[in-house]
Design a protein around this ligand. Structure first.
Ligand code: BGC
Length: 273
């Protein structure tokens, strides 16, 4: 992990940071100097996994704390931002990462299957973005940051904000929703110099899509969808997140950066159609 000082003094909240893209992003933000709140869900082995991420960051010389919260619950989200203020005194960056899948054919999809995915992937992102916007407004401006952003919100979306996904209509609908949530919020908050962007990852090697890459057969099928010829790694997304979270991208707002090895280039049309 390359260490820089790009984000020194910044405080970042990363949701769903106990594994996958969230974990890699938390580690990368900390390696760039940010103090990081590693949010993880409540229950199960999440606590232990969140603490392990904090330990990794600290071992690398960074600063982090773990914070449990179910981001689909308003009270949990408020508490998450209160904890952030208590630990680090402010918040500058929100990485809205937490997301789940609950696949099934439409006829078998229960209302609960639909609702849970929308609750976490879309409503949860709204709740955290709202809490961040309120916090950005309430805190005193940093005198060292004249003419730079006073807050930065990053949504981790998916290629499925544009690629329809059979058997995952709940997931695709949540990601399509994130796209307009992100753009509308960027339009609303730009005059306050709050930046809002998204990253749309393609197939990244994490637990969420393990069946899609953990056998040679499934990996071959997946690679047929990726012109660049390899599966993505969580660090591919994390590096893009650091750039969007930092001042090098200061003039970028309201945009979605696809980190997908060309998955959205419709590779099946190469030489066909
Ligand atoms: C999903 C993965 C999937 C990828 C590409 C992501 O948003 O979470 O399960 O492999 O999109 O289809």
């Amino acid at each position: 992990m390359q260490h820089t000082t790009e984000l020194r003094g910044r405080v970042a909240v990363v949701t769903g940071a106990s594994s996958g893209i969230g974990r890699a992003t938390a580690i990368a933000l900390a390696a760039s100097g940010a103090k990081v709140v590693v949010n993880h869900r409540t229950g199960g082995d999440s606590q232990a996994k969140g603490s392990a991420v904090v330990e990794t960051i600290q071992r690398n010389g960074g600063t982090a704390v773990a914070a449990a919260a179910d981001i689909s619950r308003e009270a949990d989200v408020d508490h998450l931002f209160e904890q952030t203020a208590q630990h680090f005194g402010r918040v500058d960056i929100l990485v809205n990462n937490a997301g789940i899948e609950q696949p099934s054919p439409i006829a078998d999809m229960s209302l609960a299957d639909w609702q849970r995915v929308i609750d976490v992937n879309l409503t949860g992102h709204f709740l955290c973005a709202r809490a961040a916007a309120r916090a950005f407004r309430a805190q005193p401006p940093d005198p060292g940051r004249q003419n730079l952003s006073v807050g930065n919100i990053l949504f981790i979306s998916s290629v499925h904000e544009v690629i329809p996904w059979a058997f995952q209509v709940n997931y695709a609908a949540s990601k399509g929703g994130i796209s307009m949530l992100m753009k509308s919020l960027a339009q609303e908050l730009a005059p306050e110099r709050i930046r809002v962007n998204a990253i749309a990852p393609g197939a990244i090697r994490t637990a969420i899509n393990q069946p899609a890459w953990d056998t040679p057969e499934s990996l071959a099928k997946l690679l047929a969808l990726i012109p660049y010829g390899r599966i993505g790694e969580p660090e591919d997304v994390a590096r893009a997140a650091v750039w969007l979270a930092g001042d090098d991208s200061d003039y970028v707002t309201g945009t979605t950066l696809f980190v997908d090895g060309g998955m959205t280039l419709y590779p099946e049309f190469r030489g066909a159609g």
